[in-house]
Design a protein around this ligand. Structure first.
Ligand SMILES: Nc1ncnc2c1ncn2[C@@H]1O[C@H](COP(=O)(O)OP(=O)(O)OP(=O)(O)O)[C@@H](O)[C@H]1O
Length: 254
């Protein structure tokens, strides 16, 4: 298990003579075993943050600290696993082989088989375990990608708009599955989305970014599984206002 502490984190990019301040002095504490969603307009720095957390990109300034809990006695630390918007499966491997891929270092074939079997079952993919990525739907491919990350068993799961390209029903279904996985395993999840409803449905805390800065940290004190009721809609509106910078009178007040 692990949490994340960000102190004064900044990232700049240069495009010609222009300097883009993608992230500006971010201070955040993502708690061990928490589900955090990050929302904001296009270009506000969400993906950049995940790329820094996953080590794909180096920060310009500031610190990223992974805080491992004391009772974590795993010999090998696996801080981060990431799921992207596209599934990024290997086309020459089957669903089952794609999911087993992160376990290639393990010697114990039975252990690999057991782990993959468990997540094939959880992700509803048993029937398609021998299919190749070209033979399955976008939703199934994304399930495989989530299953592959879970097989890897990282302390922290980063998800970059993983369901954005899926149809409404498949997205709803996978959102429910993420909640079930979170409730069963209590891994630290950081989930980036454009969709405010998705952010409120999933997150224990919603963090709103605007132009590279954190403009709101909103706890969602609703139990899972969440229904769209008055409080849900009020929180959604509050977040929408923080994103747009507008102050509108809520249609639904408690
Ligand atoms: N490799 C790069 N080189 C130059 N600029 C970059 C690079 N990556 C990101 N940026 C810039 O940093 C800013 C933040 O980009 P980022 O992709 O993090 O935004 P985002 O919130 O994830 O957007 P979206 O929701 O559209 O994916 C943008 O202005 C973008 O143009």
């Amino acid at each position: 298990m692990a949490g994340i502490k960000l102190s004064n984190l900044s990232k700049q990019f240069s495009i010609g003579a222009e300097t883009i301040h993608a992230l500006k002095n971010i201070d955040l504490h993502i708690l061990d075993g928490s589900f955090t969603t990050i929302v904001g307009k296009s270009g506000c720095g969400k993906t950049t943050l995940l790329r820094l957390l996953s080590g794909l990109e180096k920060q310009s300034a500031g610190e990223i600290e992974f805080t491992f809990t004391n009772n974590d006695n795993r010999a090998e630390k696996r801080p981060v696993g990431i799921v992207f918007q596209e599934s990024r499966l290997f086309p020459w491997l089957t669903v089952k082989e794609n999911m087993a891929f992160p376990l290639f270092k393990l010697k114990n074939k039975l252990e690999i088989e057991k782990t993959v079997d468990k997540y094939l079952h959880i992700m509803g993919l048993k029937k398609f375990k021998d299919a190749y990525p070209s033979q399955i739907s976008g939703g199934m491919a994304q399930r495989t990608a989530v299953g592959r990350t879970l097989c890897y068993n990282p302390d922290i799961i980063l998800m970059d708009e993983p369901f954005a390209a899926l149809d409404y029903f498949t997205r709803k279904n996978l959102q429910e599955e993420m909640v079930n996985i979170f409730l069963a395993q209590h891994k630290t999840i950081v989930f980036v989305t454009h969709n405010v409803e998705e952010a409120v449905y999933l997150g224990e805390k919603v963090i709103v970014f605007n132009e590279g800065e954190v403009v709101m940290e909103r706890s969602v004190p609703l139990s899972y599984p969440r229904q769209s009721g008055v409080e849900f809609i009020n929180i959604q509106e509050e977040i929408l206002n923080a994103i747009t910078g507008k102050q509108t009178q809520s249609l639904y007040t408690l």
